[in-house]
Design a protein around this ligand. Structure first.
Ligand code: IVH
Length: 675
């Protein structure tokens, strides 16, 4: 075996330490300390040394996260201290009950401090460190014996392989939740759908399934995270006296804590915390199914002890469930603006995720086949936050004898044109184009919508009525409307008719970006429309651009480039644009020779919190007109955050990352200096 020179050994130890620090900054603190290129360079150097001197490799080297060979089976690990579960409270009253029992048992009259923690919806894990080095990771199992999932746990980058900082305990057993953030869950299911594979019902099952992989390379490919929430075995010279102190110590040793953990006094403050988190639930990038309240003083926890399998010093307050069972009553096929035919499931109404759901999307024909769903089936509906309700699974055991196979139509249910499906596309489309009433209606609704031409008072129902009554056939016809044409339509009196005609008139003055968006070119959303406007300045130039010229612009990919070129090659589209301009629709082209008109080009801004003087949409328009990109989340790449009252985690993150923050007044002053 090659002898390791002292300098190489030093360099190796430094690289392991530095790379572990970079990992910590990236995966635990969400605050990268070096660019990816530098990380990769150091990693390659480390790998080079390890190749040359294989016996130098230490267990905490970042190359050692993925194990070599797949396991045959998991061995068992007995928990020295049992892994308990929690009692649940489903109302404020039950929470008050819990607090009363705590106080009675402790003979306490003064207020008690509680640590409030989001109840992360993943899989519980126990990870043991001896002298600061990760020894094993285990599942909860039945609470007393779990499975040895060390190889899989090691692949999770927010799990330290070696503890950092001071006062490291001789033995530390960290307990926490391994979970799959929503984006990772969607990506995993999307990939499974693309190959007609099996999807996971929810992020919790996906996390648990990922941990149960015998090949740790599969686990390594899943975007799992770990948050620590307590300790089991603990041997050290000293121990914190509060749960909060223990969490802080864990944070110092390199563990990720949930960002919303908060210590409060008294049960009313606990109830208030619940309300605040319940409002945030849908916006969080990971699933939570409730709140866990824990008595903060460890001495009090000890006095309270346990009953059966749950501690008396903690309770979980649950949120409404996000999954329920119901029956599929039928399937309707809807035709969208681009002719896409979407099967929509009609369901026996069911209360899920806080609302009553009676429809769910079935996406496309492949999805129906993949789920193997039939009309009459009992299905599991999942509604996570603002996400459209989905059929997550069919409960085959409950399939009725008369369940009917779903037949995807071969003709458009609205115009009877043939339904076509391009190679490589999952979506089937009506081939009727603007001959199809459904597509005309959707195109006009989109054109009139707030972010497009913003025609006040032209709602969906009215568009449908006007198309059905043959009053309009295209968006250009809107500008030919007059009071007398409108009066007499259902619920259309003289006043509303003149208001609508006036609103249509106001909409004529627009911006190039809004007009482009309003045209409804496939894949051209608001942001792409703005990019096109900023880069080409005038519609004539966009219309004459080739795919190659479009591809030169950042953010424009081959698919959208092709759609843009096809759109402007279609003579019907060109004559609609001409008719709109003849009717008086106008905007000011962007002068590309005057670079100072886009002083924020290349910058990313984030708007958060409320705005009092401007609307969010106005602020966004103003920024985009100056060339800035407006993003929805803060990262190290954000140049500026505008934060109004009520700003929350985005503001905290900006402060943590040192991103510049201004309030609305400063923003308005800033804008006034730009024109
Ligand atoms: S404390 C004795 N804290 O909820 C205390 N549990 O039944 C036991 N969970 O599967 C757990 N987030 O994995 C605690 N902040 C949190 C939690 C949490 C999620 C899970 C836990 C277990 C279940 C409790």
């Amino acid at each position: 075996m090659a002898l390791i020179p002292e300098t190489t050994f030093q360099e190796y130890s430094n690289l392991v330490a530095e790379l572990s620090q970079h990992n910590h900054h990236y995966y635990v603190l969400d605050n990268p300390s070096v660019p990816d290129s530098e990380y990769d360079r150091q990693m390659r150097k480390l790998q080079g040394i390890e190749e040359l001197y294989p016996n130098i490799i230490t267990q905490d080297s970042p190359t050692q996260r993925v194990g070599g060979v797949a396991l045959q089976s998991f061995s068992q690990i007995k928990h020295v201290l049992p892994m308990l579960s929690l009692d649940n409270a489903f109302s404020d009253i039950e929470l008050q009950d819990f607090e009363r029992k705590v106080k009675d048992r402790l003979n306490h009259t003064s207020e008690i401090d509680y640590v409030c923690e989001p109840k992360l919806d993943g899989a519980a894990v126990s990870i043991l460190y001896r002298d600061g080095i990760l020894v094993y990771g285990a599942t909860r199992g039945d609470g007393s014996v779990g499975e040895d999932i060390t190889a899989n746990v090691r692949t999770i980058k927010s799990v330290p392989l070696k503890l950092q900082g001071d006062n490291i305990p001789d033995i530390l057993e960290v307990r926490g939740e391994i979970y799959l953030p929503k984006a990772g869950f969607e990506a995993l299911n999307e990939a499974a759908r693309a190959v007609g594979g099996k999807t996971f019902v929810n992020p919790r099952n996906a996390a648990a399934g990922s941990l149960r992989q015998l090949d740790s390379k599969v686990t390594a490919g899943r975007a799992l995270e770990m948050c620590a929430y307590s300790v089991g075995q603990y041997q050290a010279k000293s121990k914190p006296t509060t749960h909060q102190g223990m969490l802080q110590a864990l944070c110092g040793w390199g563990f990720k804590l949930n960002e919303y953990v908060e210590t409060v006094t008294g049960v009313d403050a606990c109830a208030d915390y619940y309300k605040r988190l319940a409002n945030r639930r849908n916006k969080l990038p990971y699933d939570i199914d409730g709140i866990v309240y824990k008595v903060n003083e460890l001495a009090l926890q000890e006095r309270l002890g346990f009953v059966a399998k749950a501690p008396r010093w903690a309770i979980a307050r649950k949120f409404p469930a996000q999954e329920e069972m119901t029956q599929l009553l039928g399937v309707e096929f809807q035709v969208g603006r681009t002719g896409a035919i979407t099967p929509v499931a009609r369901l026996e109404p069911v209360f899920v995720g806080g609302v009553t759901v009676s429809n769910a999307t079935l996406h496309n024909r492949d999805e129906i086949e993949r789920l193997g769903v039939r009309i009459g089936d009992v299905v599991i509906i999942r509604r996570a936050g603002d996400v459209i309700p989905q059929i997550a699974k069919v409960v085959l055991d409950k399939r009725p004898l008369n369940a009917e196979i779903i037949i995807f139509p071969e003709r458009c249910p609205v115009c009877q044109s043939s339904v076509q499906r391009n190679d490589g596309e999952a979506v089937a489309r009506c081939s009727g184009g603007l001959f199809c009433g459904a597509q005309i209606k959707e195109a006009i609704k989109h054109f009139a919508s707030r972010k497009a031409m913003d025609i006040d008072g032209l709602g969906d129902k009215l568009v449908e009525l006007m198309v059905d009554e043959s009053i309009i056939f295209s968006v250009a016809d809107l500008y030919e409307l007059n009071d007398s044409r409108l009066v007499g339509l259902e619920r259309m009196a003289q006043k509303s008719a003149s208001n609508l005609v006036a609103a249509i008139d106001v909409s004529k003055q627009t911006t190039l970006a809004k007009f482009l968006y309003a045209l409804g070119i496939r894949e051209v959303g608001e942001a792409t429309a703005q990019t096109l406007a900023n880069n080409f300045g005038a519609i004539e130039i966009i219309a004459q651009s080739s795919v190659e010229e479009l591809l030169e612009i950042d953010d424009i990919g081959p698919v959208v480039a092709r759609h843009i070129v096809n759109f402007f090659r279609n003579p019907d589209n060109l004559s609609i644009i001409e008719a709109l301009r003849n009717a008086g629709v106008k905007w000011v082209d962007i002068d590309l020779t005057n670079q100072s008109s886009q002083p924020l080009k290349g910058q990313t801004w984030v708007l958060t919190g409320g705005m009092q003087v401007m609307s969010r949409a106005e602020a966004k328009d103003a920024l985009q007109a100056l060339g800035a990109k407006v993003a929805s989340s803060v990262s190290a790449k954000t140049n500026q955050v505008v934060a109004g009252p009520g700003a929350g985690s985005k503001l905290t993150k900006a402060e943590k990352l040192g991103v510049a923050v201004m309030d609305e007044a400063e923003f308005i002053t800033f804008l006034s200096t730009q024109s």
